[in-house]
Design a protein around this ligand. Structure first.
Ligand code: NAP
Length: 283
């Protein structure tokens, strides 16, 4: 078997084209969706992610503002900046690029963002709504993954989904979204015993570990759908996933590549949430 590749870049570009038209229609009604990103310090990965988000916003017609702060910013100053954006009627979405410097309490920052402008979907109110199946801002990477699965009409109901990774931003919420879609979900993590015995049973395997090629074909059931969330830089400086693509492709039915997989869909779901925020606030 050779797996069909789910091309995240292609799907993202189709969705973004539709969003562009949606934004143009909102503009005709004098609604101008705007995303403000706070970028702290000079971490190269964060700079690159923020640049990607800015470019995608511009292309979709969403107003994008980047507020750059020195890594020495105090927690109080950052919270005051967020408060200001919460009260700014022209701003619909607020995102603080993570990670932030260690002297600032990340959870406090997440909770300071008005849940109505929390386009990352990290605020506990939005997390709670997602858990209870209410309409809310879904976290971007898990939402993008779900869209990729659904774009191929892959059945989730009654399927056994295994998620490797239990972070608050990827692992836990993607498992929750699959549960909401009636899959039976198991989480694996660094303390899981006999992980291969579990992953070998998965109809849908989501890998969000952050370690180059930790998953090869020996972890995968014949015909499984494999979604690779990992982004790792190789010794040669290129990007690669957590899944050994060439090996796993031989046994899976569908597989996502890295790059051009989950990454472009994450940004696309951020655009989606920003448009939704503008609609909810303005209409
Ligand atoms: P994270 O917070 O570091 O979480 C990694 C998870 O993997 C943890 O739950 C950890 O277990 C588990 N783990 C580590 N080693 C393991 C092993 N050998 N076997 C099984 N589980 C293991 O990372 P994250 O933020 O979820 O991100 C995961 C990856 O996705 C990273 O490469 C990140 O760059 C990438 N990512 C990509 C996108 C995108 O848009 N493409 C978005 C977000 C993240 P413990 O909990 O026990 O420590």
């Amino acid at each position: 078997m050779t797996a069909e590749v789910i091309n995240g870049q292609e799907l993202a570009s189709n969705l973004r084209e539709k969003m562009k038209q949606e934004v143009a229609a909102l503009n005709n009604n004098k609604i101008f969706p705007k995303l403000t990103v706070i970028l702290i310090g000079d971490d190269p990965a964060s700079q690159s992610y923020v640049k990607g988000k800015h470019k995608a916003c511009n292309e979709a017609g969403i107003i994008s503002e980047i507020i750059r702060k020195d890594a020495s910013i105090s927690e109080a100053e950052l919270l005051a900046e967020i408060d200001c954006l919460n009260n700014d009627e022209t701003v619909h979405g607020i995102l603080v690029q993570l990670p932030i410097p260690k002297h600032i309490d990340e959870q406090k920052v997440i909770e300071a963002i008005d849940p109505k402008k929390d386009v990352d979907g990290f605020h506990p109110i939005n997390v709670g709504k997602m858990m209870t199946g209410q309409e809310t801002f879904l976290p971007c990477t898990p939402h993008g993954i779900l869209q990729m699965i659904q774009s191929k009409q892959i059945e989730t109901e009654g399927k056994y989904a295994v998620v490797i990774g239990r972070s608050n931003i990827v692992g836990k919420p993607v498992g929750q979204l699959l549960l909401n879609e009636n899959a039976t979900v198991t989480y694996c993590h660094s303390r899981t015993n006999n992980m291969k015995d579990i992953t070998k049973q998965a109809d849908i395997l989501i890998v969000a570990v952050g370690k180059e090629h930790v998953i090869d074909a020996s972890y995968v059931k014949e015909g499984a759908v494999v979604i690779d969330v990992g982004v790792n830089r190789t010794k040669e400086g290129t990007l690669t996933g957590d899944v050994d693509f060439e090996d796993v492709k031989q046994v899976a039915s569908y597989i996502t590549p890295v790059p051009k997989g989950v990454g472009p869909m994450t940004i696309t779901m951020l655009l989606r949430n920003t448009i939704e925020a503008a609609k909810r606030i303005e209409q």
